[in-house]
Design a protein around this ligand. Structure first.
Ligand SMILES: [Ca+2]
Length: 187
C-alpha cells in the first residue's frame, strides 16, 4: 500500500470519494485518477512544501463513458489567476505554456464548465494528473507516493485529510492508533 506526502485539498462543496484520494492528481502516474464531483465548479488546491516557478501547466483528463469532462479551467497560484484555458475532450497530456513564469506555493484548479454532449452525463468525472513544469522541463508538482508495510494506509490518509479539511481541529488520533496497531500485528 502507498501513502503520499502531497497535500491536495478539495474545496468544501465537493464530494470526496475516499477511494480516489486527491493526492493522485500529483502522484506522477497518469493512469491514477481522482473523482471530481461536481465537475462544473470542481475546485481543489495543491499545497507545496516550498514555492516553485513553473513555465507551463498540464492536465490529463479522464475520458470514459458517461463521465463529465472538464472544459474551461482556471489555475490560481497563491491567490492570483495565472492561467485560464479550455481543455479538449480527449485523453493524454494537455499542456499550456504560461505567458510568463509563475511562482507559487499553493496552486488551485477550478473547473468553470464541462463539455456538453456527453450522453447521460452523471455530473461527475475525474482527472488523472496535474503537472507544472519548470524552466528545465521538470514536473515540480509531482509527489510520488511511498510504500508502507501494509493495509489501509491510503484510505486512512484520505480520511484523515478529509476530516482535517472539514474540521481543521478534529483529532484523528484514534484512526492513527488503529492503523499503527494493525500494522504492528501484521508485520
Ligand atoms: Ca495521477
Amino acid at each position: 500500500m502507498t501513502v503520499s506526502d502531497a497535500e491536495v485539498a478539495a474545496a468544501k462543496h465537493m464530494r470526496v470519494n475516499p477511494k480516489t484520494p486527491f493526492f493522485r492528481v500529483v502522484d506522477g502516474v497518469t493512469s491514477s485518477w481522482t473523482a471530481l464531483e461536481p465537475m462544473t465548479g470542481a475546485e481543489f488546491t495543491i499545497r507545496l512544501k516550498a514555492p516553485v516557478t513553473v513555465h507551463s501547466l498540464a492536465v490529463w483528463q479522464t475520458v470514459s463513458g458517461r463521465l463529465a469532462v472538464a472544459k474551461d479551467v482556471v489555475f490560481v497560484g497563491d491567490g492570483k489567476e495565472i492561467l485560464k484555458t479550455e481543455l479538449a475532450n480527449k485523453r493524454g497530456q494537455q499542456k499550456v505554456a504560461l505567458l510568463q513564469p509563475a511562482t507559487f506555493k499553493e496552486l488551485t484548479l477550478k473547473v468553470i464548465s464541462e463539455h456538453a454532449g456527453i450522453a447521460e452525463s452523471q455530473g461527475w468525472g475525474s482527472i488523472s494528473e496535474v503537472e507544472g513544469f519548470d524552466k528545465d522541463g521538470n514536473n515540480v508538482l509531482a509527489s510520488p507516493p511511498r510504500s508502507v508495510p501494509r493495509g489501509n494506509a491510503e484510505e486512512l490518509m484520505a480520511t484523515y485529510r478529509a476530516v482535517k479539511t472539514d474540521r481543521p481541529h478534529a483529532s484523528c488520533v484514534h484512526d492513527l492508533h488503529r492503523w499503527l496497531h494493525e500494522s504492528q500485528n501484521e508485520t
